[in-house]
Design a protein around this ligand. Structure first.
Ligand SMILES: Nc1ncnc2c1ncn2[C@@H]1O[C@H](COP(=O)(O)OP(=O)(O)OP(=O)(O)O)[C@@H](O)[C@H]1O
Length: 446
C-alpha cells in the first residue's frame, strides 16, 4: 500500500445466513451441508476503494444499504466473509451506540479500557483522563456504570475518548445525531481540526454534512458500491434515488386519503408570553435563543471577559424569540480588566456543521477613530441587523473581544458557542439562508 493511502479495501464482502426460525439453525448443523435451511444474504458485496491520507469520505445510502457493515469491517469489529482491509495508522471509531463500552463498567473504567484498546499506555491515559472527562461533560456520572447513561451521555463519552487517542483515521457512524447542539458544535470543532491532519470516514443521512465536509463520497446501494465520486455527484444521485422511493411511497399513502396537512410547529417547552405574537408568523421562520453560559469553553489572554450575550429587539428589549426577517440587536457585554487601546468586539454565527453563516466585528466602524476601554470599565457592543431567514436547526453564536487591528490583535476572550439559536418551523428548506422574494410569478405565452 502506498504511503499516501490510508485505507485500502479490496473485494470486501459480508454474507449472512438468514434462518426463518431458530430451529432451522439446528437443522442446518445436523444436515451436515446435505440440505440448505437458510437463505444467503449479502450485506456488503465486492466493495473496493482506496482513501488517501487526509481525505474526508462520506458514505451515504438508504437504510440497510450496508454502510454500517462496511464501517465495522474497516474498523476490525466485524470479520469480512471475503476480501481484505488495510488501514495505515491508529484507527479510532464511533460505531453504533455502546460499541466498545462494557455496560457494567463505570465511565471511568470504560475510558481506561477503551483507550487501552486503542494502544495508549496507562501513563498516557492518566495524563489525558481529566481532559477526556472535561470534553465529555459527564461530570460526577463518570463513576456510574455506563448502562445508566442516556444515549447522549454515551456518545459524549465515546466521542471524548476517540478525540484523545491521537488517531490517524477516524471512523464515525451517524453518532453526531444524538448529542445536543452544544456538544455537536464541540465535536465539529474537533473534527475540523482533525481534518487538517487525519483521515475521516463517516456515514450519514445528513447530505449537507457530506457536501460541506467531504473531499469525496461513496453511495452504497443494496450492499454494493454504486458510486465513488465528488460529494456533489454522489449526493445528487442519492437524493434522486431517495426521492423516487419516497414519492412512490407517498403516492401509495395518498391514494384515497387526504393530502398531508400543514407543517406542525414544534414549540417545545419554550412557550412564553411572546408566543401568541410570534406564532402568527411562525410558519415563516421562528428563531429561539437560549443560554449564555459562562462555563462554555473559551480562550484568550484574559485582559477582558465577555459576561453577557443577548438578543434584543429593535428598541432594546431582551428577546428569547426572534423571527427571521425581524430587526434585532446582538448585545455583547464585556468586563475590561486592562486598558484596551483599540478594542474589537465581534461574533461568528455558525450552523450545525460549524460553517460561518455570517460574522462581524466593530473594527471597521472604529478604525479611524478608535475608542479606549480603560481598565475596570464595561464595554458594550451592539450589532443591529435584520435576522436572516434560516433553515430549521441549531446555530451558535461565538463572541470575542480583542485589542488591536483586524490583522494584528491580542485575543482577550473568545467564547465558543456562547448561545445556541434554535430555528423552528421554517419555510427555508434549501441553502444556507433564505432570501425574501419581492415577487414570484409565472407567465405562459403561446
Ligand atoms: N448480523 C446480521 N445478520 C443478518 N443480517 C444483518 C446483520 N447485520 C446487518 N444485517 C443486514 O445487512 C444489511 C445492511 O445493514 P447495515 O446496518 O450495514 O445497513 P446501513 O446502510 O448501515 O443501514 P442504516 O442506514 O439503517 O444504519 C441490512 O439489511 C441488515 O438487516
Amino acid at each position: 500500500m502506498s504511503c499516501d493511502v490510508a485505507i485500502k479495501i479490496q473485494d470486501l464482502s459480508k454474507h449472512y445466513q438468514i434462518y426463518e426460525q431458530p430451529s432451522d439453525r439446528l437443522r442446518q448443523i445436523f444436515s451436515r451441508g446435505r440440505k440448505k435451511f437458510h437463505k444467503d444474504f449479502c450485506a456488503v458485496q465486492d466493495v473496493s476503494f482506496e482513501v488517501a491520507r487526509g481525505e474526508v469520505v462520506g458514505i451515504v445510502g438508504k437504510n440497510g444499504s450496508g454502510k454500517s457493515t462496511l464501517l465495522q469491517m474497516i474498523c476490525g469489529t466485524l470479520n469480512p466473509t471475503t476480501g481484505t482491509v488495510e488501514v495505515k495508522g491508529r484507527v479510532a471509531a464511533l460505531l453504533e451506540l455502546g460499541a466498545g463500552f462494557n455496560p457494567e463498567f463505570t465511565g471511568r473504567e470504560n475510558v481506561y479500557l477503551s483507550a487501552a484498546l486503542y494502544g495508549l499506555s496507562r501513563q498516557e491515559i492518566d495524563a489525558r483522563y481529566d481532559e477526556i472527562v472535561a470534553f465529555s461533560e459527564i461530570g460526577e456520572f463518570i463513576d456510574q456504570p455506563v448502562k445508566t447513561y442516556s444515549s447522549g451521555m454515551f456518545v459524549r463519552l465515546a466521542f471524548a475518548v476517540i478525540a484523545h487517542v491521537d488517531a490517524d483515521v477516524l471512523v464515525i457512524d451517524e453518532a453526531l445525531s444524538v448529542g445536543d447542539a452544544y456538544f455537536v458544535q464541540k465535536c465539529m470543532r474537533f473534527l475540523r481540526e482533525f481534518m487538517r491532519r487525519g483521515t475521516l470516514l463517516f456515514c450519514s443521512h445528513d447530505t449537507e454534512a457530506v457536501l460541506h465536509l467531504c473531499t469525496k463520497a461513496i453511495l452504497m446501494n443494496r450492499g454494493r458500491l454504486e458510486l465513488l465520486a465528488e460529494p456533489k455527484k454522489v449526493v445528487e444521485k442519492y437524493l434522486a434515488a431517495f426521492y423516487s422511493t419516497e414519492n412512490s411511497a407517498q403516492r401509495e399513502e395518498n391514494n384515497g386519503s387526504e393530502a398531508p396537512s400543514a407543517v406542525a410547529i414544534d414549540l417545545g417547552e419554550y412557550r412564553d408570553a411572546r408566543l401568541s405574537v410570534i406564532n402568527q408568523s411562525a410558519l415563516r421562520n421562528d428563531i429561539e435563543l437560549f443560554r449564555f453560559d459562562e462555563q462554555q469553553s473559551s480562550f484568550g489572554q484574559g485582559g477582558a471577559r465577555i459576561v453577557d450575550v443577548q438578543l434584543l429587539d429593535s428598541v432594546g428589549r431582551p428577546l428569547s424569540w426572534a423571527v427571521g426577517g425581524e430587526d434585532v440587536q446582538l448585545c455583547i457585554r464585556c468586563e475590561i480588566f486592562v486598558t484596551l487601546n483599540r478594542p474589537i468586539v465581534g461574533f461568528q454565527f455558525r450552523d450545525r456543521l460549524g460553517q460561518i453563516i455570517f460574522a462581524d466585528n466593530t473594527y471597521l466602524s472604529y478604525c479611524d477613530a478608535p475608542i479606549t476601554a480603560v481598565a475596570n470599565s464595561e464595554l458594550v457592543a451592539l450589532f443591529s441587523f435584520r435576522m436572516p431567514l434560516l433553515p430549521s436547526g441549531d446555530y451558535s453564536i461565538s463572541p470575542a473581544i480583542a485589542d488591536g487591528t483586524q490583522e494584528t490583535h491580542v485575543q482577550h476572550h473568545w467564547v465558543h458557542d456562547a448561545c445556541i439559536v434554535r430555528v423552528h418551523a421554517s419555510s427555508v428548506c434549501l441553502g444556507l439562508v433564505g432570501v425574501p422574494m419581492r415577487a414570484i410569478s409565472l407567465a405562459v405565452s403561446s
